[in-house]
Design a protein around this ligand. Structure first.
Ligand SMILES: Cc1ncc(COP(=O)(O)O)c(C=O)c1O
Length: 416
């Protein structure tokens, strides 16, 4: 534990970890000394304030170190160290990941990301012409495109759920999904946390409703995993996938898919499995050569996550989001597309300013303050998405608020 640090730094971090145990998560969320020591575990840029952690998370030092060390080690004799040595560590790692995720190791396949996991499921399901799918207009494009391909190739029908973001009533959301179900609906596709605005959908309630109609449920956990606290079994979904390079801070290009044990046989392997309709999750790992060092460094990312604590992390992210949102929400012309209620959003939030185009806002944030954000423009959303992470400081968010305040009180050059 803490062996990636020099003794004095390890002692400092241990001191704060001991101290933080005595606080409840809400108190811990506001303990700036603790979060300052967490920040030191990340290499942050001196030139950029990174508030687009919703795109990708950086890896903390222990994860980078584990990854780089294993990378060098494997390069000494790749086929021996990767296939004979590191390969033996995969099953213990699967077990550890399953414990974090809240499912059994037999239900998890390692892969590169959510796109790979959910596309494997979407293309692998036995669906025939006329079968229907309920999905939302705000699902991630890589998944809606996969469904659109099945519509084009196989003649399935897509029934789109519209949302009025931010949604702040769970029953309303469930009813909207229910309205998209017909006697022909086979699958309900739920994005647990929407990338456009950070909206959290009540996945368990939607799943319970969908199961009453004998529909199977797919959950896209890309943004919710290791961000908000839950176990996959608590969602009671049939299929699930996530990316570990997002909120778990594991190496880029790491993820996993989950399929309920009894459903594995119903999904065809996408690639080269000897028995493509086997009831063994291993059939989804016949994907050819990939980076074992990246995969194995997931282990350090799990340790880092547990060191911070799931609930403490969630509370901190919530606190950071509300810190800046509360300061800007009543400024002239501000539109918040994200709820400040903890049930409906956590770290991610999206805002717009009347008279300003999203691109003008992100350009000004970058030019004036070197704040990196991203536009979020889709359907009714015309905004800028801001995503702090555990290493973000309040001083950085103050810079954000200062710049947004200036914009809210002026007009962009294009509008003068
Ligand atoms: C909701 C959602 N699903 C899926 C993905 C795809 O993630 P990846 O590129 O890691 O496959 C993203 C990426 O941002 C996302 O926001």
């Amino acid at each position: 534990m803490l062996d990636w640090l020099k003794p004095a730094q390890a002692a400092e971090l241990q001191f704060h970890l001991n101290r933080i145990q005595l606080l409840n998560p809400a108190e811990a969320a506001q303990d700036e000394d603790f979060w300052a020591t967490i920040r030191k575990q990340y290499i942050t840029s001196n030139n950029i304030i990174n508030l687009n952690n919703g795109g990708l998370s950086p890896q903390p030092l222990p994860v980078q170190e584990a990854h780089i060390n294993m990378y060098k080690y494997c390069n000494e004799a790749p086929s021996h160290y990767m296939w004979h040595i590191l390969d033996k560590k995969r099953e213990p790692l699967r077990q550890k990941l399953a414990e974090l995720a809240g499912c059994t190791a037999e239900e998890i396949a390692f892969n590169r990301n959510t796109t790979e996991g959910l596309n494997t499921i979407i293309f692998g399901l036995n669906l025939k012409a006329g079968d229907e799918i309920a999905l939302s207009k705000y699902d991630y494009p890589n998944m809606t495109n996969a469904w659109l391909q099945r519509q084009k190739r196989d003649g399935i029908k897509l029934n789109w759920v519209d949302l009025d973001l931010p949604e702040e009533d769970e029953e309303t959301i469930v009813k909207k999904f229910e309205a998209a179900i017909t006697p022909k609906t086979k699958i309900v596709h739920i994005t647990h946390m929407l990338n456009w605005t950070g909206q959290i959908l009540p996945a368990r309630k939607i799943a319970d409703m969908a199961h009453k109609y004998n529909c199977e449920v797919i959950v896209d956990g890309s943004h919710s995993f290791a961000h908000i606290e839950y176990k996959i079994t608590e969602l009671d979904c049939d299929y699930y996938a996530t990316s570990l390079h997002k909120w778990l801070c594991a190496p880029f290009g790491t993820g996993f898919m989950f399929i309920k044990k009894e459903k594995i046989k119903n999904v065809w392997a996408l690639l080269s499995a000897p028995i493509p309709d086997a009831d063994n999750i291993g059939k989804f790992e016949c994907i050819g050569t990939r980076s074992f060092p990246a995969e194995m460094a997931i282990d350090s990312a799990i340790d880092f996550q547990l060191m911070i604590g799931n609930q403490r992390k969630r509370e901190r992210l919530q606190y950071l989001k509300n810190y800046w949102c509360n300061k800007i929400e009543n400024l002239p012309g501000i539109k918040l597309y994200t709820s400040t209620m903890p049930e409906y959003a956590c770290a991610i939030a999206t805002f717009g300013i009347q008279g300003w185009k999203p691109l003008e806002i992100i350009n000004k944030l970058f030019t004036d303050k070197k704040i990196h954000t991203t536009t979020a423009e889709h359907e009714e959303i015309k905004g800028v998405r801001v995503t702090p992470h555990v290493y973000t400081t309040l001083a950085e968010l103050d810079q954000l608020v200062e710049c947004i305040t200036e914009m809210a009180n002026t007009k962009p050059a294009s509008n003068k």
